[in-house]
Design a protein around this ligand. Structure first.
Ligand code: UDX
Length: 440
């Protein structure tokens, strides 16, 4: 099939690359010419494991092409996938500016009957709205049908999530169009759920909000565990063994971030209020998450009494491992809170430093190795659970620190590792603080 993908962000690029990988001819379009130039050179503008390899492979095979020209891209496309961003407006609702522009560009340039697929996360009713918008701006006499096809890929595992998805949602009331989209995805061998466009749009928001709620729930339980002397890791394991609950997304920590959960929860809350049915569960989900992001700062403040002049080594900046994305990363709030309290922060991250500099700026210092961040520090904060941190020579870090104190915001250091480190004060999330004493 000949497919055009509008937008080369996480979703658009991963989708385009994977559809080429399963044999389709894909043209990815972006209005950002610099990005297109980078992609044409076989380079991925984002850090995403496995993406660049597939990009090079499929570009070389001639199945994957990049362009900034809608005219060129839409000339032969049977299926046009819209995968542009829907950021958050100031009032919490989704900002549809980019999808509206994509619809207008598309309306101007389609020259043949086609299927328009909306993959961007959009509020319920947007498929109908975009259909009218395209219709109103259509230049040529062509027929087009709309399909809602939300995306569930995670950053850091975008390729695997696309090639081995749990489900593919196809929201479309027209059987023929629905069949064509099923055909497009058939080689993936993933179960389909066929529904109407509005339900498909709702599935995406409800799924993200549910997962965010699960995280806030376990974080609330974690704080209670600390108060009553229980261990949230065991509690989550025990809960997760119940098939009705499931163990995924029950890792307590310093809250969720990223480009989806924070904005999608707020957008769904906005929709619910707009319809007079405020989902108060989401109000709590957001409130717990915001508080949780400052948990390590509170713990450090309790421990030291004051943070003025204290040196904090921060490991991890990106909102989660395997990505350089800083959107809504807890490290931002933590850096600001620490520096506002007079602490000096030196941070290390395997890939996110360049992006972090743009968001956090020079109020903190950046190191190119964990040991350099730890040098002379009063405490070590673990903010992102990069695999590299699990394998750290923690003893070597502690040996160069002023105080042997670790605040682990992701519960990612193993007890066996800590026991090898000599005397150390270890504070994690939802578990009693422990002091490992050096054996004489
Ligand atoms: C999420 C959804 O998972 C995905 O389906 C959707 O398409 C986009 O949003 P993503 O934001 O890439 O994906 O990352 P995800 O792995 O879901 O993690 C989101 C946030 O939740 C991260 O900040 C992560 O650290 C946090 N998290 C996740 C927890 O704090 N605890 C958990 O148990 C799981």
């Amino acid at each position: 099939m000949r497919i055009a993908v509008l937008g080369t962000g996480y979703v658009g690029l991963s989708t385009g690359v994977c559809l080429a990988e399963i044999g389709h001819h894909v043209i990815c379009i972006d209005v950002d010419e610099r990005k297109i130039a980078t992609l044409k050179q076989g380079k991925s503008p984002i850090y995403e494991p496995g993406l660049e390899e597939l990009l090079i492979k499929n570009s070389s095979a001639g199945r994957l092409v990049f362009t900034a020209s809608h005219k060129y891209a839409l000339n032969e496309a049977d299926i046009i996938i819209i995968a542009v961003g829907t950021p958050q407006s100031d009032d919490g609702q989704a900002d549809l500016r980019y999808i509206e522009q994509a619809a207008k560009d598309l309306a101007e340039h389609i020259v043949r009957d086609s299927i328009v697929v909306i993959k961007s996360t959009v509020p319920v009713g947007t498929n109908d709205y975009i259909k009218q918008l395209i219709f109103a701006h259509l230049k040529n006499k062509v027929k087009f049908r709309m399909v809602s096809n939300p995306e569930f890929l995670r950053q850091g595992s975008a390729i695997q999530d696309t090639l081995k998805a749990d489900r593919i949602i196809i929201g479309c009331e027209e059987i023929e169009a629905s069949n064509i989209i099923q055909e497009m995805y058939r080689p993936l061998n993933v179960p389909f759920l066929l529904t109407d466009a509005r339900s498909a749009e709702m599935i995406k928001y409800a799924s993200n909000a549910f997962l965010a709620m699960k995280i806030s729930f376990i974080n609330g339980i974690a704080n209670l565990c600390e108060a009553v002397g229980a261990d949230v890791v065991d509690v989550a394991t025990g809960m997760g063994l119940d098939k009705r609950i499931g163990s995924a997304f029950l890792n307590a920590g310093i809250g969720y971030g990223g480009s989806c959960f924070p904005k999608d929860v707020k957008a769904l809350l906005h929709t619910s209020k707009e319809h007079g049915m405020p989902l108060s569960l989401l109000v709590e989900t957001i409130a717990i998450n915001e508080e949780q992001q400052e948990l390590l700062v509170k713990k450090a403040l309790n421990r030291f009494g004051t943070l003025t002049g204290k040196k904090i080594a921060m490991l991890g900046l990106s909102f989660k491992p395997e990505t350089d994305d800083m959107r809504e990363a807890p490290s931002i709030r933590i850096s600001r809170a620490l520096t506002a309290l007079g602490a000096e922060v030196t941070a290390y991250d395997p890939v996110a430093v360049t992006n972090a500099r743009q968001v956090i700026g020079d109020v903190i210092t950046y190191a190119d190795a964990p040991i350099k961040a730890a040098n002379g520090a009063d405490a070590l904060f673990i903010v992102t659970e990069w695999e590299e941190f699990r394998k750290l020579d923690v003893k070597a870090l502690l040996d160069v620190m002023k105080h042997r104190i670790i605040f682990d915001g992701r519960n990612c250091l193993a007890e066996e590792v800590l026991q090898e480190c000599g005397t150390i004060e270890y504070c994690s999330v939802g578990r009693p603080a422990v002091i490992f004493k050096k054996e004489e």
